[in-house]
Ligand binder design. Structure first.
Ligand SMILES: [Zn+2]
Length: 301
């Protein structure tokens, strides 16, 4: 091999080897987590999500392709609070990687960073069987997302100390942008403080709290239980008495019960993407929240 070509080859292969070693392979359970991890890890990581934003993350099929992705991962990032309890433990056990088991460096549940709302006393199962540890849908609360981003940055730095400085810089950039966006979103929703809302599942409770909306009911009679005709009748009465303005439904749920409710009351039905990747305009965390806020604003005006 001519000497110049040999040098070029050596340099290129060196670069490829270095970047392959440096890149942390990360699997997240949801697209929200993928988006935030990507913002912080940037070129020093590769990341993929198991659940798509168009899917209900409570119920995900533990496909063999996910098992392959998890078994190759350096880090698995999940929401926690039992959101993924129906499928993630299967994947983690199946991956047979001791470093990914709970308590190990390769396993991160971001619920550690936040205090959840709606924690139920263990004996009280009257509100249904899911989410007794508290509401796991906190990614819809931009303030809590700051804490989540800080925790992810910390873990990336522990696993790849050589790039800790980069992760910190990316974190600061992300936080600054998020704080600016929070001001914009709060301003847009400001005129609608106190409006009465009916949800489907408890997916947007953090968001409603964040904007000071008043949630007066859910299409699900209990968390995780599909709407019944009898329950809808009750909700029609509630919506009339409380003057409910909007019915907000995650776009992967059946809209029919919401359509019925909207027809019988003065409430407007709003279908919104529940997660990053939930529609074409929600590619990352900022786009998703923009979509949600703009959608709410359009329907509340
Ligand atoms: Zn849920």
């Amino acid at each position: 091999m001519p000497i110049k070509l040999w040098i070029l080859f050596s340099v290129l292969s060196g670069l490829i080897t270095r970047s392959a070693i440096a890149n942390l392979r990360i699997v997240t359970t949801t697209e929200d987590l993928r988006s935030i991890t990507e913002a912080i890890g940037d070129e020093f990581i590769s990341v993929s999500s198991i659940a798509k934003g168009t899917q209900d993350p409570h119920y995900v099929e533990a496909k063999p392709s996910f098992l392959v992705a998890v078994s190759r991962a350096d880090l698995v990032i999940s929401i926690g609070l039992e959101l993924e309890s129906g499928w993630l433990p299967l994947l983690l056990r199946g991956a047979r990687q001791p470093k990914l088991l709970p308590g190990e460096p390769g396993c991160l549940s971001v619920s550690e960073a936040i205090i959840p709302i709606e924690i139920r006393a263990q004996a009280d199962r009257s509100d249904g069987d899911i989410h007794p540890l508290g509401n796991p849908h906190f990614m819809a609360d931009p303030q809590r997302v700051i804490l989540v981003a800080e925790l992810i940055s910390k873990r990336l730095s522990e696993l790849d100390p050589a790039h800790a400085k980069n992760f910190k810089q990316n974190l600061e950039r992300f936080k600054l942008k998020l704080l600016n966006k929070i001001a914009v979103w709060k301003q847009k929703m400001g005129p609608f403080k106190g409006i009465k809302v009916i949800g489907y599942h408890m997916t947007f409770n953090y968001l409603f709290k964040f904007f000071d909306f008043d949630v007066v009911g859910f299409l699900e009679p209990k968390p995780g239980i599909s709407p019944t005709a009898q329950h809808i009748l009750k909700l029609i009465e509630t919506a009339k008495i409380k003057k409910v303005k909007i019915i907000v439904i995650e776009n992967f749920f059946d809209p029919k019960p919401g359509v019925t409710l909207a027809e019988k009351t003065k409430a407007k039905l709003v279908m919104i993407p529940a997660y990053v990747g939930g529609d074409d305009s929600s590619k990352n965390y900022f786009d998703w929240m923009d979509t949600v806020v703009n959608n709410l604003e359009m329907n509340l005006k």
